[in-house]
Design a protein around this ligand. Sequence first.
Ligand SMILES: NC(=O)c1ccc[n+]([C@@H]2O[C@H](COP(=O)([O-])OP(=O)(O)OC[C@H]3O[C@@H](n4cnc5c(N)ncnc54)[C@H](OP(=O)(O)O)[C@@H]3O)[C@@H](O)[C@H]2O)c1
Length: 289
Amino acid sequence: MKSSFITLNNGNKMPMQGFGTLQIKDAKVCEKCIYESIKAGVRMFDTAPAYFNEEAVGKGIAKAITEGLVMREELFIVTKLWIQDTPKDMVRAAVMESMRKLQVGYLDLYLIHQPYGSYLESWPVMEQLVREGTIKNIGVCNFSKSKLEELQQVATINPTVNQIEIHPYYLHKELREYMAEQNIAPMAWGPLSEGQRGIFENQDFRVIAEKHDKSVAQVILRWHLQRGVPAIPKSIHTEYIRENFDILDFELAEDEMNLIESYDMGYSEIIDHNNPLTEKWLTEWKIHE
Ligand SMILES: NC(=O)c1ccc[n+]([C@@H]2O[C@H](COP(=O)([O-])OP(=O)(O)OC[C@H]3O[C@@H](n4cnc5c(N)ncnc54)[C@H](OP(=O)(O)O)[C@@H]3O)[C@@H](O)[C@H]2O)c1
């Protein structure tokens, strides 16, 4: 089974299907998940210093490479810059520390994790690391249209990706339109709505799933794929990891796609990045001394 790719605004290719590692804190479990994902065909991995599992992700990758399951060049490794490390004199050290933990000589995609802190001064350092070949692609997470515009004023390299919450209950429509105009690729976090809002029990989704002899998770992930949205579902269960990647042998009809999209609420129930309280608690949260 081979996943497809999206071409980023710099001409580089990024897999459409990935694996997310938020809240996989147990190192052994995380390492196993990465290894099983690679066995299942997944080639893109999303982690962050704030997930406290870069080392375990690195171990899973190293094991698979050592066993000859995959080569480094086939993998697309994504990690992020936490708010605390956004001042310009801290960015390079943060990148080096992530690479050390991940046991890699370059990062495929490096993202500003939150739209807070000194990210305007982080960006030129990230651009320099691209020029040096240490990072292949740079981008952001959770940036609104106005934050993207602000960043674009200092940027000489346009962000390639904005990793944002996207699932049937929140399509992030307006922001997606702006990103499409600017050729900034989306990457869906929470592609399965983090399992919330009873997504797996939704009757409409179940009917579609039964019709295709697939699970609801597979239907939702197929919907992302058909909309051209790269997605990084997380699971600690090997059977789900395999299932989530196995979505290339069926196709949703237009009315099925529309029905899934009809659940859009137009807002997030998970996090509101425009709320000053969100900015306060995330900025106050330190991940190292
Ligand atoms: N940049 C950001 O600010 C940001 C924010 C949030 C997330 N992320 C990234 O996006 C990734 C994905 O988002 P997420 O982890 O929040 O949520 P998600 O992938 O939408 O959902 C994960 C939940 O769905 C369950 N699940 C997965 N596959 C399933 C299946 N086939 N059947 C039934 N249940 C299934 C998982 O359960 P089990 O694990 O128990 O199997 C888990 O409870 C994260 O891991 C992280 O890498 C980034």
